[in-house]
Design a protein. Sequence first.
Length: 151
Amino acid sequence: MYSADVLDLITSLEAKECDDCGKKEVEWASVKKGTVICSECFCFHSYLGPSVSYLRHLRKSAWDEEHIRLVHALNASNTNMIWESALYEGSTKFRKPEPQDPSHIKEQFVKEKYEKMTFQPKRGKDEDVENSLNRQLIACARSDFAHVTLR
């Protein structure tokens, strides 16, 4: 099974709110995004496929220790602020759903957030895609998870 340290990381992730709707009962994590989500939002993520959102159940899935550490580190670093940056800048017409919102509102939000990346920071006018990706890769390689980045 898992070490006590890894179980503590899982427990601390379970204590978070859903990064997509704010519900207090999270059971799932998106390994690629570093976000934790509730069962309802999991359904919308699963429609996107593993190339967009690689999902693992916090308790029932088999985790590599480095993956759970990565998700925990990203989540603790507020990675969700990156995925939702434009929401906080007020540069979008969307709002973040709440737990009681209808499913179709949450589904649309998840698509906009992860598939269309509507809420991510925009590149500067002078920055091309290659430079943007290079900058992101260098930042990842400098992190404690360089071995995961290089896979």
